[in-house]
Design a binder for this molecule. Structure first.
Ligand code: SAH
Ligand code: SF4
Ligand code: F3S
Length: 454
């Protein structure tokens, strides 16, 4: 047991943020107290990301800052957790003397022991990956969310081995968390007033626990609380289950929003990336999504300038994005990662300047598409979960629509946590602006929408 104060700074994806909440729980159970800033802490953990070079650079710079703080505050312990742990344990500990603890994504239960080793004057490392660990019995402690939306991890690791991606090496083999444990956490969140849950995994449609698949899990989760809405991230285009589309269409509390990462638009590139689907299959899938779930919004991840990318392949990515008309896209320049297939077998041969140019063409086109799609929303009525005061004015509330668009509207008598029917009156490429009409519920709003459609 230890009575120290700790602070965790989190980088990377939602999985990392969910893991921080697991570690909060482990440290609090050990007697420690979470604090809101690095200055107040006796122990600082940086929860790290390796996905691209610049993600790692940010962490290195931050660690150097902590090293200089440590010169004055001798008792400060600095730890690295998350996806950089395995790859750079030696570098961090031996060469740079930057940190005292390195702990990998499957070893968080060991942190209290590692801290004890540090107390005894040693450096402590545990980066073992596991085939079983899902932290199923640990109730995450959410210290920094808004009390309305939570992430719930349903699986860990990834077996897909996309040629560009480091995640299978940083997080190990894929494994699914038992459904009972997921449903228990969802129930607890509902009891604590949470209104929105995003189920997380690197490849959620390969969720498999005993005979329970992802569609069944969504079915059961959505029945826990009909007034809690659900999202999920990320599914893989290679085996997206069609029954899930029908379930989303039927259930008012399964959000009409799907993040379905394409990565690229040509068959040759998809093959080099080891993404086992073709452009045509992908387009067919997104078309089915739009047919089965009216008004669904779609988002994607795109990589520009992957190994060997020709101008034609880049064009194919542009036309794919144009055809699908995504509501949102996360767009990246390719960044070579150690141990991946691409690093071992291909040459990172698209010049930096060309990568940047292609990325900026992709981004510009996407902004135009978003503006067009948002403009088409004017006059529509959306159900918005009021998440809090808008950044620009305290007379306004902001929140996301069922379709995951940020909506800003006048506060009037509405409160954080309300579902509000909002009529869209204006927009930018990133935000919808609207007029609140009435407070509603998921069930009521869905019934209204059905009436209007009939
Ligand atoms: N499991 C998720 C992706 C997690 S990583 C999925 O498959 O959808 C998030 C995104 O980062 C990826 O979809 C990809 O677009 C991007 N990414 C991964 N490795 C990258 C690399 N080496 N360079 C650039 N972008 C990368
Ligand atoms: Fe990486 Fe591919 Fe796994 Fe996503 S599915 S985490 S991109 S290997
Ligand atoms: Fe980064 Fe690890 Fe997530 S590499 S994107 S934090 S799984």
């Amino acid at each position: 047991m230890s009575d120290k104060k700790f602070y965790i700074e989190t980088y990377g994806c939602q999985m990392n943020f969910a893991d921080t909440e697991v570690v909060n729980s482990i440290l609090i159970d050990d007697g420690m107290t979470p604090v809101q800033s690095a200055d107040e802490a006796d122990i600082i953990f940086v929860n790290t990301c390796s996905i691209r070079e610049n993600a790692e650079t940010r962490v290195w710079n931050r660690l150097k800052e902590f090293r200089s703080i440590k010169k004055e505050k001798k008792h400060l312990t600095v730890g690295v957790m998350g996806c950089m742990a395995e790859r750079i344990k030696d570098k961090i500990i031996d060469q740079e003397q930057l940190v005292d603890i390195v702990v990998g994504p499957d070893a968080y239960r060991d942190i209290p022991n590692l801290l004890a080793e540090v107390n005894d004057g040693r450096k402590a490392v545990n980066v073992l990956l596991s085939l079983e660990e899902t932290y199923a019995d640990i109730t995450p402690v959410r210290t920094s969310d808004n009390g309305l939306s939570a992430f719930v991890s349903i699986m860990r690791g990834c077996d897909n081995m996309c040629a560009f991606c480091v995640v299978p090496f940083t997080r190990g083999r894929e494994r699914s968390r038992p459904m009972e444990s997921i449903l228990r956490e969802v129930q607890q969140l509902s009891d604590h007033g949470y209104k929105e849950v995003t189920l997380l995994g690197q490849n959620v449609n390969s969720y498999q626990y005993q005979d329970i698949d992802f569609t069944r899990l969504m079915d059961e989760a959505s029945k826990v609380d009909p007034e809690m809405r659900f999202r999920f991230s990320s599914p893989h285009p290679k085996d997206f289950p069609e029954p899930l589309l029908h379930l989303i269409a039927e259930r008012p509390n399964l959000c009409n929003y799907i993040h379905i990462p394409a990565q690229a638009g040509s068959d040759t590139m998809l093959e080099r990336m080891r993404r086992p689907y073709t452009r045509e299959q992908y387009l067919k899938l997104t078309k089915r999504m739009r047919e089965i779930i009216p008004g669904v919004s779609l988002s994607t991840d795109i990589i520009a300038g992957f190994c060997g990318e020709t101008e034609e392949e880049h064009e194919a990515t542009m036309t794919l994005m144009e055809q699908v008309e995504y509501d949102l896209a996360y767009m990246f320049a390719y960044s070579e990662r150690e141990r991946t297939l691409a690093q071992r077998k291909y040459e990172d041969d698209v010049p930096e300047k060309v990568k940047k140019r292609r990325l900026s063409e992709i981004i510009t086109q996407q902004m135009n598409i978003q503006e067009k799609r948002n403009n088409a929303e004017i006059g529509n009525v959306h159900i918005v979960l009021a998440e809090g005061t808008s950044k620009k004015s305290d007379k306004q509330l902001s929140g996301r629509s069922d379709t995951n668009k940020m909506v800003v509207f006048d506060r009037e008598h509405y409160q954080k946590g309300d579902y509000v029917a909002v009529e869209i009156t204006e927009c930018t490429s990133a935000t919808l602006i609207g007029k609140p009409l009435y407070k509603t519920t998921l069930k009521e709003f869905a019934a209204e929408a059905t009436k209007v459609a009939v």
